[in-house]
Write a protein that binds this ligand. Structure first.
Ligand code: SAM
Length: 300
């Protein structure tokens, strides 16, 4: 089943691509993981086995796909590059456990009806973070995700409140997952060799799917608060309420609503947003929705 291709050899990969008249495209973040040990460790971290439904993002020409299928997983692979898709069909098309979804995963996944309990992928640098954020915001939860992203992105995903890497993306990840950093992968682990380092990240879904049941305005609120991270929570919260346009309907000023929401969530509005975790900001979002009646119009 495994294609007769040495995924660890840049020379073999180059020759294979040339024979198919395929090139590596930077715009799609195409860097193959040519470190067999690293691929095995990432597969181990996913802990998906026989019969488990795995979504793989950006399979390329199948270095990790082969490993997933070898372990008996049912793989739905999302790949944007038409040339790579032709190779994937050739290599794995005959396997009942393999489904290929061609196109931009950001557009194709919401339409996909394929089961996906696990997510795996050496994600493209350009679209990786956006894709993960999209899954979380649209509440497409996986039991476990194991991804490789740029090292700096990995650090942001795992950052804790108050640290310099803490961002709205950290909060997004922490809102539903326990995040564990896996080893750093130097540029030399990839072909072609990128100038930046990568890092594996494992995300385990917290029991119940959400750390707290987040109201619709949670994600827009978090994003707004961190877009002005030097301002106090109170000031940005007030602006957020004003921008939402719901203030008049609630019959109180934005400042009054902000103060009441802060008091109800037990949060000191004089602090900066980066001090707070997902639980606290979730409580703030909940208080805000209660005060604004039907919920924030930007919520979703
Ligand atoms: N999985 C292979 C490996 O580890 O060797 C390739 C990983 S490479 C970093 C990223 C892959 O994602 C490429 O195959 C690229 O074509 C694909 N890709 C990039 N943007 C994509 C998108 N928006 N949707 C689906 N696939 C995408």
């Amino acid at each position: 089943m495994i294609p007769f291709l040495n995924y660890d050899s840049p020379r073999d990969l180059r020759q294979f691509l040339e024979s198919r008249k395929l090139g590596m495209r930077k715009m799609y973040g195409q860097n193959f993981l040519i470190n067999g040990d690293a691929r095995r460790r990432l597969l181990d971290a996913l802990e998906a086995g026989r019969g488990d439904a795995v979504w793989e993002i950006g399979p390329g020409i199948g270095a990790m796909t082969a490993g997933l299928l070898e372990r008996g997983a049912l793989v739905t692979a999302f790949e944007i590059d038409r040339g790579f898709c032709a190779v994937l069909r050739e290599f794995f098309g005959a396997y009942p456990g393999f489904t290929l979804i061609e196109g931009d995963a950001l557009k194709t996944w919401p339409e996909s009806r394929e089961a996906g309990d696990y997510l795996f992928g050496n994600l493209p640098y350009n679209a990786g973070a956006a894709l993960l954020a999209d899954f979380i915001e649209r509440k497409k939860y996986f039991k476990r995700m194991v991804v490789t992203v740029q090292k700096e992105v990995a650090r942001r995903m795992a950052a804790k409140p108050g640290s310099k890497d803490y961002s709205s993306f950290s909060l997004l990840c922490a809102s539903s997952y326990r995040v564990t950093l896996l080893p750093v992968l130097k540029g030399a682990s990839f072909y072609p060799e990128p100038r930046v380092d990568s890092q594996g990240v494992r995300l385990d879904l917290v029991p119940g799917g959400e750390a707290v049941p987040y109201p619709g305005c949670f994600f827009p609120l978090v994003r707004r608060l961190f877009s002005s991270r030097r301002k106090t929570l109170r000031n940005t919260l007030k602006t957020f309420i004003e921008e939402s346009g719901v203030r008049a309907a609630a019959g109180a000023s934005a400042r009054e609503i902000a103060e009441e929401a802060l008091a109800s969530a037990g949060i000191n509005g004089g602090e900066r947003p980066e001090r707070f975790g997902a639980g606290e900001l979730g409580a703030l979002a909940g208080a805000l929705e209660r005060l604004l009646g039907t919920g924030n119009r930007r919520g979703g």
